[in-house]
Ligand binder design. Structure first.
Ligand code: T1G
Length: 698
């Protein structure tokens, strides 16, 4: 045995223990160790049955994701799962923490499964752009039924051990010591003469599961998993479970798993899996840096953002004091929060009682003295430097030493805000994305003087309120908005060139964006974009830049909130407005912008390459630490599809030489101002490297 897997016998019951921190991933070494343990079990007359259990905090959390891009060494996991099942001695899997992916597949290869009540089980491969590849698509339907299995596999969402027991996947819940309980359970099964239950021999309950069922299921996925490749392959595996023999269906599973594994979608989604963990690693802020304790939070400003920010902390069990200039503002703010919680109650996601409990955690005041003892204060007032400076001057006077003063600014210079205080080391940016209580992304903006423990606290706070915190530097628009502006800039210019907003939005939507750029502008408000552009101090002088946004604002057409913007609105329904293209033609004539034919490919190419180029500049300036950090920002805050991996991963996938050539093509047409290739991009393109290789080589 290795120290990664051990074998011992306790009173006739063998205990096979996997100990491969941090999550007992089913690596090659673990598979070899389990294989050897099964050989030993077969040969060991003193062992009448066996328990498979894991050390540490969880059962096997899956195959080792690090191994997917390397040649897979024997024993392959499917073969190992079959070997567990083929054992002539009864084997019980003992699950704690989470049995996920290959971990649950291994447990289903065992003959019985027991679990701690707090355990979870699932097949989340779809989150990695994969289908289960170690017999899970065939065993789970045999235990839980086809529909339940499909729901688990296509959503990737784990279920509790209790639900697993109800579904027929877990036979017994074990309170107390799992190891002892599992050994006792194995002995109980032996004493009762329980059969060796081989899941592969079970029939698939196919009642009502016909082609109609599968096509209906696929139609549902077209909505919930639009554009993703793996979910459809999972449905075909389930179809094979119903229509083919177990062995033939396993061949289908293997074929479709390999297709998924080789897909650009899975490369992208596996990249994001690691990137979303990498973002927490800050080179000059060691992981051991102690954070400050955040027990009391204050939010300045009870508008839409302030309300959403407040809800994040209340949902995490942290009381909040909301400060506004007057009682009316406070009542309005509380109304927004209550309404948001109310819709969760209507959808059955929250009880009335929990709503009142949450509201009870929110104190309100118009007096700064009431927030003097807050550990963290988040300012969410108007996006105007003068007002922010006023608020921070006041906070500096009132707040206790050591309080962290955060601004929710989406683009303004945090260093300038910090400079009005005597404690710039305690000032940081916490840029939430609307709706703040929904969007997972939190841009954490470090100022020149922000202290390391303040950054560590902000990163820990992000995790506590279930946000994906990404540390960025100070520049106009930080990372997300700074790269989103060029993306929208091209969409705006195309309107002047005669390309309708609805066509650009449709092309972006078909490419995978949650919404097209014009629909996003109307949703956020054209006046917001206009204000950001006026706040951009050293904005290049280009009369064409966002001209349509300005022209529509001059007409009072701010978007959804005024019933008309780039589109006209019937409620929330966007309707193309011919008048807008008339305005575009007029503005184009004034500005001398030619009307041109633009292909769908060019629409995407101009919008993505302008973003990627800005991303390369951001990396060179050190505003983002890694290309993966930029990708995490865009898939969690801007609706970029996870199967594209984010703008920088997408650039790597299409090739930086191709990106560079496209940028040079548009420079020839539009000039240097917006289309000068970033030096880093040119360098990597010339060297045939990717952003990821550059990042890993640093
Ligand atoms: N392989 C390798 N490393 C993994 C891993 C895995 N499966 N899961 C986690 N890690 C690393 C992770 O990168 C991090 O490393 C550390 O463990 C802690 O993770 C054949 C093909 C289990 C719920 O998709 O969902 O089986 O950053 O920060 O928040 O059909 O990890 O410390 O260096 O996330 O407590 C299917 C993926 C695989 C589960 C724990 N399984 N993991 O969450 O810790 S494919 C999954 C998770 C498969 C078979 C198929 C979570 C977690 P580092 P963490 P956590």
């Amino acid at each position: 045995m290795s120290d990664i897997t051990s074998y011992e016998v306790a009173d006739g019951i063998a205990v096979i223990t996997i100990d491969n921190p941090p999550v007992n991933a089913m690596s090659t070494a673990v598979r070899k160790g389990c294989w050897a343990a099964l050989e030993q079990l077969a040969a060991d007359d003193s062992a009448k049955a066996a328990v498979l259990i894991c050390a540490g905090r969880t059962f096997v959390a899956g195959a080792d994701i690090n191994e997917f891009d390397k040649p897979i060494e024997d024993p392959w996991l499917p073969a190992l799962v079959e070997k567990f099942e083929a054992s002539e001695k009864l084997i019980v899997a003992a699950i704690h923490g989470a049995a996920l992916g290959g971990g649950l597949e291994t447990a289903m290869g065992c003959h019985y499964r027991c679990a701690a009540p707090s355990a979870r089980i699932g097949l989340p491969e779809v989150n990695l752009g994969l289908s289960p590849g170690a017999t899970g698509t065939q065993r789970l339907p045999r235990l839980a039924g086809v529909r339940k299995a499909l729901d688990m596999m296509t959503s990737g969402r784990p279920i509790s051990a209790g639900d697993g027991q109800k579904a027929g996947v877990i036979e017994k819940l074990i309170d107390g010591d799992l190891r002892e309980g599992a050994i006792a359970y194995a002995r109980e099964l032996l004493d009762a003469g329980a059969p060796i239950k081989r899941v592969s021999k079970l029939d698939v309950a196919a009642e009502g599961i016909d082609d109609g069922f599968f096509s209906e299921y696929l139609q549902g996925l077209a909505r919930t998993a639009r554009g993703f490749f793996a979910p459809e392959q999972i449905v075909e595996c389930a179809r094979a479970a119903v229509n083919e023999s177990y062995q033939d269906a396993l061949k289908t599973e293997r074929k479709l798993f390999e297709k998924c594994r080789a897909s650009t979608h899975s490369q992208a989604q596996r990249h994001l899996f690691f990137a979303e963990r990498e973002v927490a690693k800050i080179p000059d802020v060691p992981k051991a840096t102690p954070g400050r304790e955040i027990k009391k939070v204050a939010v300045i400003g009870a508008g839409t953002m302030g309300g959403g920010i407040t809800m994040n902390f209340v949902n995490a069990g942290v009381p909040v004091t909301v400060l506004e200039v007057d009682q009316a503002g406070l009542e309005r703010g509380l109304g927004i929060i209550r309404k948001n919680y109310g819709s969760a109650v209507k959808k059955g996601r929250m009880t009335e009682e929990r709503l009142e409990q949450a509201m009870g955690m929110i104190a309100v005041t118009t007096d700064y003295a009431d927030i003097a003892d807050a550990d963290l204060v988040i300012e969410a007032v108007f996006e105007t430097m003068a007002i922010k400076k006023e608020v921070f001057t006041k906070l500096d006077e009132v707040c206790k030493p050591g309080a962290i003063l955060a601004s929710n600014t989406s683009s303004l210079d945090l260093n300038e805000i910090a400079a009005v205080t005597k404690r710039p080391q305690d000032v940081i940016g916490l840029h939430f994305f609307a709706p703040a209580n929904v969007m997972r992304l939190l841009e954490i903006v470090r100022g020149e003087k922000t202290a390391g423990d303040v950054i560590a606290t902000a990163m820990a706070t992000a995790k506590k309120i279930r946000k994906v915190g990404v540390l960025v530097g100070v520049c106009f628009g930080f990372v997300g908005n700074r790269m989103f502006f060029p993306y929208v800039r091209e969409a705006q210019l195309m309107m002047l060139e005669g390309v309708s907003p609805e066509r650009v939005d449709q092309v972006a939507y078909d490419w995978g964006m949650a919404m097209g750029p014009h629909a996003v502008m109307d949703l956020s408000g054209l006046d917001v974009f206009n204000k950001l552009n006026t706040e951009w101090k050293d904005r290049p002088d280009d009369p064409v830049y966002y001209r349509m946004c300005m022209a529509l604002c001059e007409m009072g057409r701010y978007g959804q909130k005024t019933g008309a913007g780039i589109y006209k609105y019937d409620g929330r329904k966007a309707l193309p407005d011919p008048e807008v293209m008339e305005i575009a033609k007029r503005e184009a004539t004034i500005l001398g912008v030619k009307q041109i034919e633009v292909s769908d490919e060019e629409i995407i190419e101009r919008m993505t390459c302008s973003m990627i180029n800005e991303g390369a500049l951001i990396l060179e300036e050190g505003i983002a630490i890694r290309p993966g950090d930029i990708d995490v920002i865009f898939v969690n805050g801007y609706g970029l599809p996870r199967y594209r991996g984010g703008p920088m991963k997408y650039a790597d996938a299409i090739g930086l030489d191709k990106v560079c050539n496209a940028i040079r093509k548009y420079r020839a047409r539009y000039g240097d101002l917006w289309w000068t290739p970033a030096p880093l991009l040119e360098k990597l393109a010339a060297e045939g490297r990717t952003f990821q290789e550059w990042s890993e080589s640093r």
